[in-house]
Design a protein around this ligand. Structure first.
Ligand code: S3P
Length: 170
């Protein structure tokens, strides 16, 4: 069974994926970590040394590799993965389950402001610039996230509640 989690940065894809995989006894792959292991570099270093376009091509290649090489996997993607893969609709349709972890802009701002330095796309923004940046970004990206078969609204929910909701869907 293939399960793909999508959503904006800091929406909990990795934490939800890890806990869900543990509970299901499934293989878990976090695409960002997979890329970092493969390149032996952090995502931040890839962005700063090779640029975003290089990262996007690599991300797409690694996404295909993970899905081709694993018959059964729970995959958490990066926040931009569905937006830069031209066949994402097919990928999501061909997965048994695809789930968009949705959060409000204000909840994302709160989470992202605490860990801005780790995130190449927002690290140079001032805190007061985050709401407008994230709001516009989600507006552009939601059409891709919404290709997922299921949407889970995660505002004000504990990790365990989100995981339990997904388990009910599977
Ligand atoms: C990105 C999100 C990041 C990472 C990269 C780009 C994005 O992943 O892939 O920094 O374009 O939204 P997370 O969503 O896991 O933070």
């Amino acid at each position: 069974m293939k399960v793909v989690l999508v959503g904006y940065m800091a929406s909990g894809k990795s934490s939800v994926g890890r806990l869900l995989a543990k509970q299901l006894g499934a293989k878990f792959i976090d695409l960002d970590s997979y890329i970092e292991e493969h390149q032996k570099k952090t995502i931040r270093a890839i962005f700063s040394e090779n640029g975003e376009i290089f990262f996007r091509k690599l991300e797409h290649k690694m996404l295909q590799k993970v899905l081709n090489e694993n018959e059964s996997v729970l995959l958490s993607t990066g926040g931009g993965t569905p937006c830069y893969s031209n066949n994402m609709d097919t990928i999501l349709k061909n997965s048994n389950h695809s789930i968009y972890l949705q959060l409000s802009v204000s909840a994302l701002v709160e989470r992202i402001s605490k860990e801005k330095d780790q995130r190449p796309l927002v690290k140079d923004l001032e805190d007061h610039e985050l709401p407008e940046f994230i709001g516009k970004h989600i507006f552009e990206r939601r059409q891709y996230y919404e290709l997922a078969k299921h949407i889970i609204s995660c505002d004000k929910k504990e990790l365990e509640e989100v995981v339990a909701e997904i388990e009910d869907l599977l």
